[in-house]
Ligand binder design. Structure first.
Ligand code: 2RA
Length: 330
């Protein structure tokens, strides 16, 4: 199968290549795509070197699948052109996520919505993916009423320049170009992406809208505060969930333990709980600190951690591609 990776030199693009290789995705020809300045350069895949081509050359090569992580403007302009050429696009940008005609998919939760007619498929936002991996099974059992999420997001979510800013600040190098409006080292910024008119950030709006589309359920309320922290291993989320129905903690733990792609680490007497340093490089979503909210009935607190570049982006996209192939939808 011919597969194009659009944005192959970016942080997520590089992880996409790594995940495709690790999972031995059935690629007969890789078509790496990047910006003009990278055309002609090489990327390595399975010990082979592949030459980076232009996005128009990638369309002409007619891959079966094109996985995009190249920003919203590139997706808006080129995803339809790939689709018109009969190429199935899996797009990691926010461009198509809330489009009513496009599917927004976390395979463990809603892969069954996919059809052969879906030629542009949206990969959800990283902080959404790890959240719905937990909300999905609990919603089925206990019926969500209201969710309050506070995130603690890795600088890798902003890209290489942000990682460089953090490392420079750690090393006391003030000369580097700042990605964030303030120092991130020894700090926490309640500011992920840009502010919208209602004083929420776009990151918070994604978190408040995308889960309802993925779960196919808009009967619950969700509010979010997204915070950038000087972490590199993954995103963490403190989640308060009020249900319509009562629950038992041990049953909650059992449901989550039995959910594919979710790992429960919850033994606080032995200081066992999820942390970014444990999630980095892994594809699972880690859940812990599972406990009742003692301030009100039918309400649960828990803590979710995942590698935002892997399950939060690259691995989820590759899993969508795997589902398409396994179900003859491409
Ligand atoms: C972030 N979720 O973490 C956004 C984009 N990756 O910045």
């Amino acid at each position: 199968m011919k597969v194009a990776v659009v944005g192959s030199t970016g942080m997520v693009g590089q992880v996409m290549l790594k995940v495709l290789e690790e999972r031995n995705f059935p690629i007969t020809e890789l078509i790496p795509v990047a910006s003009e300045k990278s055309i002609g350069k090489k990327v390595k895949y399975k010990q082979e070197e592949y030459t980076i081509v232009s996005i128009n050359d990638a369309i002409a090569a007619k891959p079966e699948i094109a996985i995009f992580s190249a920003g919203g403007s590139t997706s808006l302009e080129f995803a339809p052109k790939f689709a018109e050429a009969g190429i199935t696009v899996i797009d990691n940008s926010s461009a198509w996520r809330m489009d009513p005609d496009k599917k927004l998919v976390v395979p463990e939760i809603n892969a069954d919505v996919l059809t052969a007619g879906d030629k542009i498929i949206a990969n959800p936002n990283c902080s959404t993916i790890q959240l719905v991996m937990v909300l999905g099974p609990l919603n089925k059992k206990y019926d969500l009423k209201r969710v309050v999420v506070s995130t603690y997001q890795s600088v890798t979510g902003t890209g290489k320049a942000a990682v460089d800013q953090l490392n420079a600040e750690i090393n006391g190098d003030g000369s580097i170009a700042k990605v964030y409006p303030y120092q991130i080292f020894k700090n926490a910024l309640p500011h992920c992406d840009v502010f919208a008119d209602d004083d929420y950030t776009k990151e918070e709006i994604k978190l408040m809208k995308e889960p309802k589309k993925i779960l196919g359920d808009d009967t619950f309320n969700l509010t979010a505060t997204a915070v950038r922290v000087p972490v590199q291993g993954g995103h963490s989320e403190s989640v308060n969930i009020e249900f319509e129905n009562e629950f038992e903690l041990e049953e909650v733990r059992k449901i989550l333990s039995e959910t594919p792609g979710v790992v429960v680490i919850d033994d606080v007497k032995n200081n066992q709980y999820p942390m970014p340093i444990h999630s980095e490089g892994k594809d699972e979503v880690f859940v812990g600190r599972i406990r009742r909210d003692l301030s009100q009935p039918k309400t649960l607190n828990l803590w979710i951690v995942a590698d935002n570049l892997r399950k939060g982006a690259a691995t989820n996209a590759v899993q969508i591609a795997e589902y398409l192939v396994a179900n003859n939808l491409v």
